[in-house]
Design a protein around this ligand. Structure first.
Ligand code: ZN
Length: 247
C-alpha cells in the first residue's frame, strides 16, 4: 500500500479492529452487487470509497427520471444511460483505484453462478422475489456469503446469510413460491429508507470481508422509519428447505 492509499483510507485504518490488515483485506476483495438502484447506490458508493478491490455491478436497466429521487448514484444527465455505466463513471470518479466490472444483463442460471464464484461476498440489492431466489440458490451452491436488503414505503429489512452448512438461507425465510413482493413503483418509497438499509448492507459486507464484529447472520433486522421501531427477529434454518437442506 502506497502513501496515497494510506492517506485515502487513514480514517478507517486508524480503527483498531481494522488497521492495515483489514484495509488490505478490503483492497484484495471482490464483491458482486446485483441491482444499481436505491439500495445498490449507497452500497456501491461506500464499498468503492472504502477501497474494495473489485466491484462487479449487475443491472440491465436504464436510468429513468423517476429513479433519481432515491438512486443517488445516478444524476439528471444519466437519464437514458445504462445504470451500470452511470454507476461506473461515478465510482471511478470517487476512487480510481477500484476495478469496476459492469454487467448489463439479467444474470440467470450458469451465468449467475459463474459471477458468484468470482467474488467473496454478494449484495442483493434487487427488487423482486424471483431474482432474490436465484441469487440465494447460487450463493448456497457456492457457499458464498450473501447480504440481503429490502425497503418499501417507510420500512426496511436486512440480514446476512453466510451459507455455511449451519446457518439459514433466504429460502428458509420465504419457503413459498408466491411472489408477495411489492415494488417501489407500485407502493412508493421514502428515499432515506433505501439509503439506510443500503448503508447497513455495505457495513455488513465490509465486516464479512475483514472478519470483524458480529454480522446479522441468523438475525433479520427490521426498521420502521415511521415509528422508528427497530427490531431483530431470530432466523432459524428450515430443515425442509428446498435449497439449503438438499445438498
Ligand atoms: Zn434454506
Amino acid at each position: 500500500m502506497d502513501d496515497s492509499q494510506l492517506l485515502r483510507y487513514s480514517r478507517q485504518i486508524m480503527l483498531p479492529q481494522i488497521g492495515i490488515e483489514g484495509q488490505e483485506r478490503l483492497c484484495n476483495s471482490k464483491v458482486l452487487i446485483i441491482g444499481l438502484g436505491g439500495l445498490g447506490s449507497p452500497v456501491a458508493m461506500y464499498l468503492a470509497a472504502a477501497g474494495v478491490g473489485q466491484l462487479r455491478l449487475c443491472d440491465f436497466d436504464i436510468v429513468d427520471i423517476s429513479n433519481l429521487q432515491r438512486q443517488i448514484i445516478h444524476n439528471n444527465d444519466d437519464i437514458g444511460k445504462l445504470k451500470v455505466e452511470s454507476a461506473r463513471e461515478k465510482l471511478l470518479a470517487l476512487n480510481p483505484l477500484v476495478k469496476i466490472i459492469p454487467i448489463a444483463q439479467r444474470l440467470e442460471n450458469d451465468d449467475l453462478l459463474e459471477q458468484v464464484k468470482q467474488v467473496d461476498v454478494v449484495l442483493d440489492c434487487s427488487d423482486n422475489l424471483p431474482t432474490r431466489f436465484s441469487i440465494n440458490a447460487a450463493c448456497v451452491k457456492t457457499q458464498t456469503p450473501l447480504v440481503s436488503g429490502a425497503a418499501i414505503r417507510m420500512e426496511g429489512q436486512i440480514t446476512v446469510f453466510l451459507n455455511d452448512t449451519n446457518s439459514p438461507c433466504y429460502r428458509c425465510l420465504y419457503p413459498s413460491d408466491v411472489d408477495l413482493t411489492e415494488t417501489c413503483s407500485q407502493t412508493g418509497i421514502l428515499a432515506p429508507m433505501v439509503g439506510l438499509i443500503g448503508s447497513l448492507q455495505a457495513l455488513e459486507a465490509m465486516k464479512i470481508i475483514m472478519a470483524v464484529g458480529n454480522t446479522l447472520t441468523g438475525q433479520l433486522l427490521l426498521v420502521d422509519g415511521l415509528s422508528m421501531d427497530i427490531n431483530q427477529l431470530k432466523l432459524t434454518k428450515n430443515l425442509n428447505c428446498s435449497v439449503c437442506c438438499k445438498l
